[in-house]
Ligand binder design. Structure first.
Ligand code: C5P
Length: 317
């Protein structure tokens, strides 16, 4: 009997690849206590993930090839592509933890402003952890991934978790928060980022290292607004203890906040350590109007409209 001819393969099969998206965040409230001996500040923060995502693709490589990394998307040229990149560090940390070789090709696609106080780099780390865990079939329980995440940076656990959550400690001890509905956000980002340690240092100067201790009770109105899905009440309750410090380093952000208020924003704050400014809008239409006004007035280098809450680190289909 004639044997069947095997099909001719014209191109090499692409290497197995896992794709994971993780969100950026805005701090709806950020309360900062006095600096501790370890250099960190105790925080109480209410985080909300927003639908601006970083995507990390992790592809199989030959054994012994090690880690490689490319970055593309908006502002990609501002991101390091060596072993200092948080996605790279995440891959190395997971491999060490699992006792395997860190062999992977990582491709990062930016969707969150770089060095903007929105945890874009932390989202890369969260996505890389989940992607490599799947690619290498290390199958870590969620709690172990969260623990590795907190070693990579204070905001990485939240980028894994997503949605809306209250963070304490360095911001890494998380409790999910109940929310209703969808909130409309506008973000005005600057070409030039701000260094988080520099903003915390400015905070120490402004408070003479003696900031008031932080507590959960201060955000009762905010939590109520979230549960009710009331954007007006949420706008009024937005709070950021780092805002003054960020403004001391970037005085021009005061005008960006002012324009948002003049355009009817329900609330406007510096996002995290800045310099991105976040404005809460009544609707998608209103968000676009605020974005257009910022652009027309030259108050932001790039504007982004989106919604929150958004999901945490998740495989893309
Ligand atoms: O944890 P992560 O590496 O993201 O923090 C970056 C820097 O931000 C720290 O080195 C520290 O200067 C500052 N930070 C802080 N208190 C926190 C979180 C971060 O002082 N709770």
């Amino acid at each position: 009997r004639p044997r069947a001819t095997p099909p001719t393969r014209l191109t090499a099969a692409p290497p197995p690849t896992v794709r994971v998206r993780a969100p950026g965040k805005v701090n709806l409230s950020l309360r900062v206590g006095p600096v501790q001996d370890d250099g960190y500040h105790p925080l109480v923060s209410v985080f909300q993930a927003v639908a601006l995502f970083e995507e990390v693709a992790a592809s199989q490589v030959l054994p012994g090839a090690g880690v490689s990394l490319t970055v593309d998307g908006p502002q990609a040229q501002l991101v390091p592509t060596d072993s200092t990149n948080l996605a790279w560090r995440a891959a190395v940390l997971l491999a060490e933890h699992a006792g395997i070789a860190p062999d992977v090709a990582l491709r990062v696609r930016k969707g969150v402003p770089v060095a903007g106080g929105m945890a874009g780099g932390s989202a890369d780390a969260a996505a890389a952890l989940v992607a490599c865990d799947a690619l290498w079939e290390t199958g870590l329980p969620r709690t172990e991934l969260m623990e590795l995440a907190s070693r990579l940076g204070s905001d990485v656990p939240f980028c894994l978790l997503g949605h809306t959550a209250v963070g304490t400690g360095r911001g890494h001890l998380l409790t999910p928060a109940m929310t209703r509905g969808e909130f409309h956000w506008v973000f005005g980002a600057s070409e030039r980022g701000l260094s988080t340690p520099a903003v915390f240092a400015a905070f120490d100067d402004l408070t003479h290292g003696a900031a008031s201790p932080v507590g959960l009770a201060d955000d009762t109105a905010l939590m109520q607004a979230l549960r009710a899905g009331d954007p007006t009440a949420l706008g009024a309750a937005l709070h950021n203890d780092l805002q003054e410090a960020a403004l001391s380093l970037r005085p021009e952000l005061a005008r960006t906040l002012e324009i948002a208020h003049e355009t009817g924003a329900l609330g406007a704050i510096v996002s995290g350590s800045g310099p991105t400014v976040a404005a809460l809008a009544r609707s998608r239409q209103h968000a676009l109007a605020i974005a257009a006004t910022w652009t027309a007035e030259g108050a932001a280098d790039t504007v982004w409209t989106t919604t929150g809450p958004a999901h945490g680190a998740r495989h893309t289909t």
